[in-house]
Write a protein that binds this ligand. Structure first.
Ligand SMILES: Cc1ncc(COP(=O)(O)O)c(C=O)c1O
Length: 489
């Protein structure tokens, strides 16, 4: 038996850069306005003595009938669902499972196996939805909203959806497995889920919502969660806004789905895209979150946090900052519209970092700050002061120069690229990496896009056009994988 000291990492023989970074970061007094929602201070220990596997009595996530099922039942009551399944690999895992389930459920209803499944989706879908299309072989019909100020937004209206559903020939050779909406989006824009659900249900179609950013919406005094508004299958990244460890998420199944609900089938769908060793630390944090959330609506924790943000927004708006989105627990400064568009994409982010505040995201168009009730009162004050500093810069910008300009031309000019293959048809084809300048007319096979926000300007199987090249360059993407031509093979 090795002595306990022998098992200590020997830093002199091997570097530990990740541990070093985390230890140093944890030791600093940095204001965490980025995920996860526990802000480094959730109750309870996350120590390794709690990190176990499926030992006797610990239940098993994908065959849960013991403590995990009991805990999920608690979550289901809190979220008002038929069942809320725990997920340990984020919404990225839940989104793929959700698409598979939608296909299975619609297949049962349509009684067909010969037709191809298709899902209608807002074009600001996270890349895990595109991976789902690649892996599951469904077709995608994209909806592109008007007045797009960013690739991250896409305002899908009930009218747009109705029009798509009534398009002549839409159903030829295929069956519609669902409608997929991202709400809230990364910039805090929220879709009218109630109205979209009404359209979907009128046509007998399931509504799937990527609510990765909106777990907490359930616990506002005015419940704005998509399940409450009528969505059928919803994924939440609990870790983004609740005191839950990174990776912790839910797949919610609405009470509407009573008839076709098959718990084993849903667990199998999740298992298909996840590790067979789900983390008990994450499961524990989801379990502990129930205890936190059970008193939340009454205590108004989230409402109080949102009120503070709303105050900051209104004072800073008066000082010239323009905010985007109506999601109440996020601050999203539209830098371009505030007249603060800088050539250097890191400029606004660095103002915050220099003051020991780490934002969730900052590029040259947007600065995103994500809060939770676990932020300390002084965090809000400090953020407000730095926003004032930013607002001062807007006064120095000539009103005629760039104020009110919301997005670069290439983003506003985005139109759907021509589709040559479905994503699933290209995933196994030979590919080659080229400079984006040489990609005109070639078929995209993959896009190295950073995460967050992980929204793809061009989807595998689509032809790269001139404007797409401009968008790729705008976001600093230098290379792209494209389909290998016959001559290259
Ligand atoms: C809109 C949206 N959907 C899905 C995801 C994936 O969530 P997760 O990180 O929990 O896998 C993200 C991640 O940032 C996201 O922004």
């Amino acid at each position: 038996m090795p002595a306990k000291d022998d098992l200590k990492p020997k830093k002199e023989t091997c570097s530990t850069p990740i541990a070093d970074f985390l230890d140093e970061y944890a030791g600093k007094q940095v204001v965490r306005v980025h995920m996860p929602g526990h802000k480094g201070s959730a109750s309870g220990s996350f120590a390794s003595d709690l990190d176990i596997t499926e030992i006797s009595g610990a239940d098993s996530l994908y065959e849960a009938d013991g403590i995990i099922l009991e805990s999920e039942n608690n979550a289901s009551v809190l979220f008002g669902t038929k069942h809320s399944f725990y997920v340990t690999e984020g919404s990225s895992q839940a989104i793929k499972a959700m698409c598979l389930l939608a296909i299975r459920l619609s297949q049962k209803q349509a009684g067909t196996v010969t037709k191809k499944p298709v899902i209608i989706a807002g074009r600001n879908a996270h890349r895990s939805f595109v991976s789902a299309a690649e892996l599951l072989g469904f077709e995608v019909e994209w909806l592109v909203g008007e007045n797009r100020a960013s690739l991250m937004e896409c305002r899908v209206t009930p009218e747009m959806l109705e029009k798509k559903l009534c398009e002549a020939g839409f159903y030829d050779g295929r069956f519609l497995a669902g409608i997929y909406i991202t709400s809230p989006d990364y910039l805090g824009n929220m879709a009218d889920i109630k109205a979209l659900a009404e359209v979907a249900h009128k046509h007998g179609i399931l509504l799937l919502v990527d609510n990765a950013h909106g777990s907490y919406l359930k616990f506002l005094k005015k419940d704005r969660h998509p399940v409450t508004s009528g969505a059928d299958l919803v994924c939440d990244s609990a870790h983004k806004t609740l005191p839950v460890l990174t990776g912790g998420a839910y797949l919610h199944v609405s009470k509407r789905l009573k008839k076709d609900f098959d718990m084993t089938e849903i667990r199998q769908a999740l298992l298909r895209f996840g590790s067979t060793s789900p983390s008990y630390l994450i499961l524990r944090s989801l379990d502990m979150a129930n205890a936190f959330l059970s008193g939340c609506a009454e205590e108004g924790y989230f409402d109080k946090c949102c009120e503070k943000i709303s105050e900051i927004k209104s004072i800073c708006s008066e000082k010239g900052l323009v905010f985007s989105g109506d999601e109440p627990m996020k601050l999203c400064v539209n830098l371009a519209a505030s007249g603060l568009k800088e050539e250097k994409s890191t400029a606004a982010g660095n103002i915050f970092r220099n003051m020991e505040i780490e934002p969730e995201f900052a590029d040259r168009d947007y600065l995103i700050l994500m809060f939770s009730p676990l932020n300390k009162p002084e965090d809000f004050e400090k953020v407000k002061q730095v926003l004032f500093m930013l607002a001062e810069k807007t006064g120095k910008v000539s009103q005629t120069k760039s104020k009110g300009v919301c997005a670069d031309d290439c983003i506003r000019d985005f139109s759907m690229p021509v589709k040559k293959h479905e994503p699933s048809e290209i995933i196994l084809l030979p590919r080659v990496k080229v400079n984006v300048n040489d990609a005109l007319g070639l078929v995209a096979a993959d896009v190295p896009v950073s995460c967050p926000p992980a929204i793809l300007p061009v989807i595998p199987g689509e032809v790269v056009d001139e404007n797409i090249i401009k968008i790729l360059k705008y976001y600093g993407i230098k290379e792209i994988y494209v389909e290998k031509s016959f001559e290259q093979i």
